[in-house]
Ligand binder design. Structure first.
Ligand code: GTP
Ligand code: MG
Length: 218
C-alpha cells in the first residue's frame, strides 16, 4: 500500500486495527495478506497459556507462558486487554503497542470480542481503535472450513461451531462488518477501511500548524 510514512506534511498517531471473527471465518488468512501488502502495519503478538502448536514459533505467533506467569503479568498491568477464550488465557502486551502507536505505526490485533470490548471502553485506547468483524457467508461454509483445516480433532470443531454462534452475536460492538465470501475481495475491503481511517483528523498531529503555514499565518 502506498501510505507515506512518515508523512512529509505532519505526523500521525498509529491506530489499533482489530480483526475478530468466529473460528474459521478466514481472519488469519486475511491478516497475513494484509501484513504482507502493507508496510506500515505490524502484528501485535499476544501472550497465551495455550500450548504451542506444531509450526508455531515463540515470540512470532504468540509468547507462550504458564498460568502463573500470565497471572503475574496481569497483576503487573502488562496487558492492554486480556481474556479467557476457550480454555486458555490470552492477553495483549502493552509495551510494543504503545511504542508503535506513538511512532505512527498501525498495529493489527487478532483478538476476540471480549478484548475488543475492553479496548473500546478504555478512555485512552478507545480513540485509537478501529474494529472489523468478519462473518462467514453461511453456517455450512463455516463448518466445512473448520473441517478442511483438519488441525483440530472433531470434538474441538464441534465445540467451536457452538462458540461461533455466541461470538457472532457480538457484531454490533464493531465499527465495520465484512462477509468473507472471497478472500481477495475481503482483503481489499479491509485495506480500504484501514486507508480511510488513516486520514481521520483526530489522528493527525501538527495539522493546525501545517494549515496555518498554508494560510501564511505565523
Ligand atoms: N482477547 C484476546 N483474544 C485473543 C488474543 N490472542 C488471541 N485471541 C483470540 O483467541 C482465539 C483463539 O486463538 P488461537 O488459540 O490462536 O486459536 P485459532 O485456531 O487461531 O482460533 P481462531 O482464530 O478463532 O480460528 C481467537 O479468537 C483469537 O482472536 C488476545 O491477546 N486477547
Ligand atoms: Mg486465529
Amino acid at each position: 500500500m502506498s501510505e507515506q510514512t512518515p508523512s512529509p506534511y505532519f505526523d500521525r498517531r498509529g491506530l489499533i486495527f482489530v480483526l475478530s471473527s468466529p473460528s474459521g471465518a478466514g481472519k488469519t488468512t486475511i491478516s497475513r495478506e494484509l501484513l504482507r501488502l502493507d508496510d506500515n502495519l505490524v502484528m501485535s503478538v499476544s501472550t497465551t497459556t495455550r500450548p504451542k502448536r506444531a509450526g508455531e514459533t515463540e515470540g512470532v505467533d504468540y509468547n507462550f507462558v504458564d498460568e502463573k506467569t500470565f497471572t503475574r503479568l496481569t497483576k503487573d498491568g502488562a496487558f492492554l486487554e486480556h481474556a479467557h477464550v476457550f480454555e486458555y488465557f490470552y492477553g495483549t502486551p502493552r509495551g510494543p503497542v504503545e511504542k508503535a502507536l506513538s511512532e505512527g505505526t498501525d498495529v493489527l490485533f487478532d483478538i476476540d470480542w471480549q478484548g475488543t470490548q475492553q479496548l473500546a471502553s478504555d478512555k485512552n485506547m478507545g480513540a485509537d481503535l478501529v474494529s472489523v468483524f468478519i462473518l462467514p457467508p453461511s453456517t455450512e461454509e463455516l463448518e466445512s472450513r473448520l473441517h478442511r483445516r483438519a488441525r483440530d480433532p472433531d470434538d474441538v470443531v464441534r465445540q467451536r461451531m457452538e462458540k461461533a454462534s455466541d461470538e457472532m452475536s457480538h457484531f454490533p460492538e464493531y465499527g465495520y462488518v465484512i462477509v468473507n465470501d472471497d478472500v481477495e475481495q475481503s482483503v481489499g475491503r479491509v485495506q480500504a477501511i484501514l486507508e480511510a481511517e488513516r486520514s481521520r483528523r483526530s489522528r493527525l498531529i501538527g495539522l493546525h500548524e501545517f494549515v496555518q503555514d498554508l494560510r501564511g499565518i505565523d
